[in-house]
Design a protein around this ligand. Sequence first.
Ligand SMILES: CC(C)(COP(=O)(O)OP(=O)(O)OC[C@H]1O[C@@H](n2cnc3c(N)ncnc32)[C@H](O)[C@@H]1OP(=O)(O)O)[C@@H](O)C(=O)NCCC(=O)NCCS
Length: 129
Amino acid sequence: MAVPLNENSLDFEIIDFNKNISHNCYEYFKRTFDSTPENTWYLDDLGVRKDKRRRGVAKRLLKTCLTKLNSKNVFLRTSDSNNQAQLLYQNLGFRHIDGLYTQVSHKRLDGSVREDRRIIMLRQAEPIE
Ligand SMILES: CC(C)(COP(=O)(O)OP(=O)(O)OC[C@H]1O[C@@H](n2cnc3c(N)ncnc32)[C@H](O)[C@@H]1OP(=O)(O)O)[C@@H](O)C(=O)NCCC(=O)NCCS
């Protein structure tokens, strides 16, 4: 799923690890990258069925999506321990924004809650010729 930067749905906190302060995600992107819903999109919920992985499905999906979003900045969150997803994103031009992370709580099927620390990765728009 890819959605334009949106004040209402992208309202999670981003923590700056170095300065020990947190920012509202929407405000942070607006201020730091001059982001607007027109020039910046957010990518979420990428997953490939277990038995279909390692066949290039995610890469093809992302390439198709990013071709359409070539003139936009695109950012995402991914778990800081998810090396395979990070590699996938890096190879498609995403860079880890150093020092920033978000903390996400998941409720699992068994009712337990898992805390997940996620890094932020950004792919900046192709410069206009
Ligand atoms: C991450 C995920 C989407 C990758 O999907 P996929 O279709 O298997 O990925 P692809 O086959 O297109 O692989 C593309 C690249 O990702 C990286 N990659 C994917 N799976 C990997 C693995 N198990 N180990 C190492 N690198 C891996 C590689 O760089 C790979 O390129 P390569 O094949 O040229 O080496 C899939 O493993 C998944 O659904 N995981 C669970 C959900 C998840 O973590 N989603 C990301 C949330 S942000």
